[in-house]
Design a protein around this ligand. Structure first.
Ligand code: PMV
Length: 354
């Protein structure tokens, strides 16, 4: 689609900061065009984020290829530029003007590159928010900006669909959640008790190594996993249970479900063909210590895991100083180089210029 000729030569710049998120009910397994096999729910984080700037210029006519340069953390990065060009081509049906724009994109993360922390959720959501802003400049207003940004983010990385809202986001059609959709995430902060908006997430880095299996490959393994169907069913059941206990601030049930979800994700990888063990011995040692500390102190802290060995320690804000002591005395020795990313539930993306 050619853009209105009056736009030719116009240019602009948009910057978005967008956070990572941590799933409480995990998405693992997909079909079709990045559709989830089960519903998922996540905390939006505050400190671990990507900051992405897109400079754009409207060209005279559509180009054969995507016109794009990409700068990551101060250096030109052709590998990322190629990935983004492919992504842009794949969403040409959504942004038919995308080959008539010259992009100059730069991005950085607030968290160190080699911490084993996946940046796809923050990076893809920041980029999609920039694209939706450019769309509004060149092609007209979107009915629901954040819903559209969530849908575009999903096409870049499924979990990124949940990064565009404050506090909590839910993604994936679920019979008990009106407005839920496989196409985009919906905001969920207002559906739970206030205590959860103050939750902390201390990310204890057990290993800074790259993931041993990419999430694309991990999702694909679910297609031949003999337990896949029962996993999808139990994830949707856990979603119903989790929503109920989060409305009621029932932390005991919250802890039980969140930890079971994390371990179930890892169990799926253990029984895939081929099978993968994504935890390290230090991950298990920390899990045992967290459970022991909880039993002894009755402090409602729990862990969750991504598809890797690092521990996310989740707890209500008022226990922060006690948990600091627990980390220093009992957990830090099991991290690589004393690495911790201290994070908490956050306010969602922010546009920092236009
Ligand atoms: O968004 P992807 O395709 O990288 O998948 C990520 C899946 C998990 O992080 C393991 C779980 C989740 O729901 O975020």
């Amino acid at each position: 689609m050619a853009l209105n000729s009056s736009l030719v030569g116009t240019s602009g710049k948009v910057t978005f900061e967008s956070p990572s998120n941590i799933a409480l009910v995990k998405y693992w397994g997909k079909y079709g065009r990045q559709m989830p096999q089960n519903a998922s729910l996540s905390f939006t984080l505050q400190n671990a984020k990507s900051i992405t700037t897109c400079e754009y210029e409207v060209l005279e006519e559509q180009q054969e290829k995507i016109q794009l340069t990409f700068n990551f953390e101060g250096k030109e990065n052709d590998a990322f530029a190629n990935k983004i060009s492919k992504f842009f081509l794949s969403i040409e049906d959504i942004f038919p003007w995308i080959r008539q724009i010259k992009f100059n994109i730069s991005s950085e993360n607030t968290f160190p590159h080699s911490t084993g922390i996946a940046s796809s959720a923050s990076a893809m959501s920041a980029l999609s928010l920039c694209l939706c802003t450019i769309h509004e400049k060149v092609a007209g207003k979107l009915d629901d900006f954040f819903q559209h940004a969530s849908m575009v983010s999903r096409l870049g990385s499924g979990s990124a669909s949940r990064s565009v809202y404050p506090h909590l986001a839910q993604w994936g059609k679920h019979p008990n959640i009106s407005n839920s959709s496989n196409e985009f995430a919906i905001p969920f902060g207002d559906e739970v008790d206030e205590i959860f908006k103050g939750f902390h997430d201390d990310i204890l880095i057990v290993s800074k190594k790259e993931k041993s299996v990419s999430s694309t490959a991990g999702h694909a393994l679910m297609d031949s996993n003999p337990y896949a169907e029962s996993r999808y069913k139990s994830a949707n059941e856990n979603m119903s249970l989790l929503i109920k206990c989060m409305k009621e601030a029932d932390l005991e049930t919250f802890i039980e479900i969140v930890e079971r979800e994390a371990l179930t994700l890892h169990a799926q990888m253990m029984c895939s063909k081929p099978s993968y063990i994504l935890m390290e011995p230090n991950t298990l040692e920390m899990i045992n210590r967290i459970r022991k500390y909880r039993n002894e102190t009755k402090i409602p802290l729990c862990f969750t895991l991504d598809a890797g060995p690092n521990i996310h320690l989740l707890y209500p804000a008022k226990y922060a100083s006690k948990i600091d002591g627990f980390i220093d005395n009992q957990l830090i020795e099991f991290t690589q180089d004393d690495s911790i990313i201290r994070d908490r539930v956050g306010f969602g993306p922010q546009k920092t210029n236009s």
